[in-house]
Design a protein around this ligand. Structure first.
Ligand SMILES: [Cu+2]
Length: 123
C-alpha cells in the first residue's frame, strides 16, 4: 500500500518537473545558447570557475591572450582550442551536475600542467 502511494507520488512529482521544464524552455526570452568567455594565458584561465546549468546549452569561447592554449573537460567529452592570440568555440549541453576540472590541452610551457579551470554544473 505504502509503496503504491509512494510510486503514485513520484509519478505526479516527475510529471510536474517535466511540465515545469517545458514551461521554462517555451517562455525563455532567448533560444541562443548561454555564451561564456574564458581567457587563457600562461598559466591560468580567467575566470577560474564557471557555473553552468545542467541541460542548458552553452557556447564556450576560449580566447588566448598569448600562446596557443586549449581546455579539455575529459568527463564531459568537451575540448576547445585557441590559436596564438586567437579564439576557439564549442557548443555543448552539460548533462550531469558536479564539478568538472578542465586542463590546458595544448602544451604552453613550464606551468602548463597546473593550468586548470573548474566547471560547476548545477541543477
Ligand atoms: Cu597549456
Amino acid at each position: 500500500m505504502h509503496l503504491k502511494r509512494t510510486l503514485a507520488l513520484i509519478t505526479v512529482l516527475s510529471g510536474l518537473v517535466i511540465v515545469k521544464g517545458f514551461g521554462l524552455h517555451a517562455s525563455g526570452a532567448s533560444v541562443d545558447p548561454h555564451r561564456v568567455v574564458i581567457v587563457a594565458k600562461r598559466y591560468s584561465f580567467d575566470p577560474g570557475t564557471v557555473t553552468l546549468k545542467k541541460g542548458e546549452p552553452v557556447d564556450l569561447v576560449l580566447q588566448s591572450s598569448d600562446v596557443p592554449h586549449g581546455v579539455r573537460f575529459r568527463e564531459l567529452n568537451v575540448e576547445v582550442k585557441a590559436a596564438k592570440g586567437g579564439q576557439g568555440e564549442v557548443q555543448f549541453t552539460p548533462d550531469k551536475t558536479g564539478d568538472f576540472v578542465g586542463h590546458c590541452s595544448v602544451f604552453c610551457g613550464a606551468g602548463h600542467g597546473s593550468m586548470s579551470i573548474t566547471l560547476h554544473v548545477v541543477d
